[in-house]
Design a protein around this ligand. Structure first.
Ligand code: ZN
Length: 339
């Protein structure tokens, strides 16, 4: 069931939200943000203007932004949260994300940035970003590729074709062993005639530990997101454990008060991580872990949440859809489709 934009606007207006408040009280959406638009570095993503309108909308419409730490404490210990709570997370740890964090603080909105710590430690950049970069830089417009239905000539002369192709290739490689993906990248670099730098180029520049330390505050927290941002289900058990524990060690070494909540790279439960990773995280003493599967945290029935795979919504770049996920509306829609 999909609502029209006009219907969403009516259903998320203040009087209707007041009426539906008992339903909204029970749930918390955690939003997942990625990169921020930076024209100089040719990065496309969320805009600062949109984020500011969202934060000011929340402030003037009775919502409270809480931290992921508080959401997890509420699930575990039953600590009450303000009605209409909302939480924000950012994944990976890029320079453009570090630059945006003070905006959250200015609106007194807690936020957590999950760091792939080898990015910060060694200027490592992960395979998915390398793939994106190779297609961004190539002067070729076609390539013979097998996208799962035999070898065909694929054209990517238009920006939307290129975006779609990179998305397809990312999904295809997320299902392959990591070693195979790394080897495929070298072949792509050769075939596309692009030099693949060993450390992150400017548009993939990570946050530094100094920056992170200066940003750490009651409003800005940092959590672990693996070391190399590999798909954990596509590496050995030992590697998966090393990625999870290693990123936590790096955070503890470099920061004052890191958040003991893990965030899985790519984050689809049963695809990008599984029960193996959830056990590693639990045995390591993490309080909880976050997936990237869409859904709310349920505070009335805490047992309904899987503490080691808490759900999040991708942050909509459109105010109307943000209101839908933030208000009672999306939750009501989910309940209707379940029952
Ligand atoms: Zn990530």
């Amino acid at each position: 069931m999909a609502f029209s934009r006009a219907a969403i606007r009516t259903l998320t207006s203040s009087p209707v939200c007041c009426l539906m408040q008992p339903l909204r009280k029970r749930i918390v959406p955690i939003f997942l943000l990625h990169r921020f638009t930076d024209d100089r570095r040719n990065i496309q993503g969320h805009t600062q203007e949109h984020l500011e309108s969202v934060l000011s909308y929340l402030g003037s419409h009775g919502y409270s932004v809480v931290s992921v730490r508080e959401v997890v404490e509420s699930v575990i210990e039953g600590k009450p949260l303000p009605p209409r709570s909302v939480a924000f997370t950012l994944d990976d740890g890029f320079f453009d994300q570090a630059r945006i964090l003070p905006i959250f603080e200015r609106y007194k909105a807690p936020v957590t940035l999950f760091l792939a710590t080898d990015m910060v430690d060694h200027q490592h950049w992960s395979w998915d970003y390398k793939l994106e970069y190779l297609f961004k830089k190539t002067s070729l417009e076609t390539l013979e590729l097998d996208l799962g239905y035999g070898l065909t000539k694929v054209s990517f002369s238009q920006p939307n074709e290129k975006r779609r192709l990179v998305r397809n290739l990312k999904n295809l490689h997320k299902g392959m062993p990591n070693q195979q993906t790394e080897a495929a990248l070298l072949q792509f670099a050769e075939r596309l005639g692009v030099n693949l730098p060993s450390t992150a180029p400017e548009e993939y520049e990570p946050i530094t530990w100094d920056q992170a330390r200066n940003l750490e505050s009651p409003f800005i927290e940092f959590g672990p997101h693996s070391q190399r941002h590999v798909i954990l289900s596509r590496v050995s058990s030992e590697e998966s454990e090393r990625e999870i524990l290693g990123s936590w060690e790096a955070l503890k070494k470099n920061l004052v008060n890191p958040l003991p909540i893990f965030c899985y790279p790519s984050g689809r439960e049963g695809i990008d991580f599984g029960t193996r990773e959830q056990k590693i995280v639990e045995n390591a003493g993490f309080k909880a872990a976050l997936s990237a599967d869409p859904g709310y945290v349920d505070l009335v029935n805490p047992a309904k949440n899987n503490l080691y795979s808490l759900k999040r919504f991708s942050f909509p770049n459109d105010m109307t859809y943000f209101k839908q996920y933030c208000s009672w509306l999306e939750y009501a829609k989910e309940q209707i489709s379940i029952t």
